[in-house]
Design a protein around this ligand. Sequence first.
Ligand code: ATP
Ligand code: LTN
Length: 332
Amino acid sequence: MDEKKVMLSGIQPSGDLHLGNYLGAIKNWVARTDEFDNYYFMADMHTITVRQNPADLRRRTLEQLALYIACGLDPEKNTLFIQSHVHQHAELGWVLQCYTMFGELSRMTQFKDKSAKHKENINGGLFAYPSLMAADILLYQPDFVPVGEDQKQHCELTRDVAQRFNSVYGDVFKIPEPYIPKAGARVMSLNAPDSKMSKSLPEGCIFLMEKPEDIQRKFKRAITDSDTENCVRYDPAAKPGVANLMSIYSAITGSTYEQIEAEFAGCGYGKFKPAVGDAVVECLRPIREEATRILADKAYLESVYKAGAEKASYVANKTLRKVYKKLGFVAR
Ligand code: ATP
Ligand code: LTN
């Protein structure tokens, strides 16, 4: 029997999950469940590069797990776990820091952005974060890492670090490929279409647990473009706001841009914006309802993350032992 290829990804529970996370990442994970051997985790260790409120972090980590399941990640077919439950991440993270260059880390866009945003707390973890992310990935020897466009740079660094390590010690790590979706790879903020949709811009961000009326309100207020055309046409350079709404609509309905232009020909933005809002509301409704149901069942959630950590630890440990042996650490 052919071994299935391995897919792995994670999201930080540093904020509530939003439509960008869903269309850029989770939806693609779900679509590939049967094809791959899958590992998906809550990257709680990454969140503390920025100060977190402990109670909120705990709530969001569990809510994220409930949402993973509600979005369609079946725990029987996907290994779902919490990063801090698998200590090998921290251990390999340290090793890989010693194989990541200062210059490489200095060039990471996410580091530059976050250090500009949190000037009072530019800590070592924020800087070294991509080495921990490389460890998250390489422990599981995945073939593919499905992420949104913004994580491509970190995936490339992971490949470089893996190759550097392999060139000294032989084939220890599989070199993974980033796997970036065509539609939804970069969902932009509804009220600032030049920035990516992000929880730090809440008015332009649609959260997965958000109430339908709030979602509709945000879509109705979405920035469309100040051209006089008032016509639904895909032109990201001239009409970034409309292009963003079209890309959201396309990712949800599966329609091509030509089909969307035809569907809304002569309608203007006044009809188009609430139609995109409706599509999003209907897409998120069953997810929100299912997540609410799952969250009420703490024993079930606990059984999922415990089984996930056990399975992940087994695989992670195999890689870590190999690495330690290569480095010359005395076996226990
Ligand atoms: P922040 O809001 O602080 O920028 P985030 O919401 O991007 O954080 P991450 O943990 O960085 O959250 O992202 C989780 C996953 O979702 C990653 O694979 C990322 O590429 C994807 N993602 C996040 N935002 C978007 C977006 N606007 N469009 C497409 N994919 C996104
Ligand atoms: N850095 C990612 C989250 C993340 C991740 C990972 C993604 C941490 N470890 C491993 C894929 C694989 C982010 O900030 N979106």
